[in-house]
Write a protein that binds this ligand. Structure first.
Ligand SMILES: C[S@@+](CC[C@H](N)C(=O)[O-])C[C@H]1O[C@@H](n2cnc3c(N)ncnc32)[C@H](O)[C@@H]1O
Length: 237
């Protein structure tokens, strides 16, 4: 697992300009983004009607809105290291009339402490920015420590072994799909550099080892779009 890259600064990257463009850009970058939120919800169907849900790296709040509509009595805790993404999330939650059941916190998930033990959590497109085995493990351990035993966890991230047979074809097809969304060449070039420099790809095997070490049982891959994967799992008792 490579540790040679400079650490990616998510708080600086997801600034006001990035937060403003995020909802449009992510849907070009990941064409199944809304579908991912929709199908993730299926893994949470058995939770109590008044579940406490942790949204790690909540971004602009799209997951919370999707889940909040489907599960009208849940309470949400959104944690995000970026001030501007947290503000966008808060504004969105207020506009959706969900302010009374969503608490937003700005800060790294690794340092977040709560008196609540959560029934479930999601982390969507967050940990692929964290470079280094120990740093990724610390992030997953932090999620795990905030959950009740038996709690459900949905993780989605870019993944893959760069040396594998399928990596380059999947990357190529992904970028072709992205380019077809009327993205101008300079933006494409910036995003190609962003993928090369800022995404800490690991294989699914390495990911499963980390999740196991962090206290999660047998992840099931339920989603894949090019190099984006999604897994459902439970915290060990
Ligand atoms: C690509 S966005 C994904 C947002 C949202 N989950 C979604 O599905 O659209 C990644 C988010 O994770 C946040 N983030 C990155 N590292 C984090 C960390 N260690 N703790 C909390 N938030 C983090 C970033 O600030 C950013 O808002």
């Amino acid at each position: 697992m490579s540790q040679s890259r400079d650490a990616f600064d998510a708080a600086a990257h997801f600034d006001a300009a990035s937060a403003m463009r995020y909802d449009r850009r992510i849907r070009s970058f990941c064409s199944s983004y809304d579908a991912l939120h929709h199908i993730s919800a299926a893994w949470f169907e058995r939770l109590p009607a008044r579940a406490e849900f942790l949204c790690a790296g909540a971004g602009t709040g799209a997951e919370i809105l999707a889940l909040g509509r489907r599960f009208p009595f849940w309470r949400f805790t959104a944690v995000d290291v970026s001030r501007d993404m947290t503000k966008a999330c808060r504004d969105r939650v207020v506009a959706a009339g969900m302010a009374d059941r969503v608490a937003c916190f700005q800060g790294r998930l690794q340092e977040f402490r709560s008196a609540t033990s959560f029934d479930a959590a999601s982390s969507i497109f967050v940990s692929h920015f964290i470079a280094g085995r120990e740093e990724k493990l610390a992030y997953f351990r932090a999620v795990s420590s905030l959950l009740k035993p038996g709690a459900s966890f949905v993780l989605a991230d870019l993944f893959g072994d760069r040396a594998s047979r399928e990596f380059e074809p999947l990357l190529h097809a992904w970028l072709a799909s992205y380019a077809s969304c009327e993205v101008e060449t300079p933006e494409l070039e910036r995003d190609r550099a962003h993928i090369d420099n800022d995404i800490a790809f690991i294989s699914e095997r390495e990911l499963f080892d980390l999740l196991n070490e962090a206290g999660f049982d047998a992840p099931i891959r339920f989603y894949q779009t090019f190099l984006f994967g999604g897994w459902a799992m439970t915290k060990r008792h």
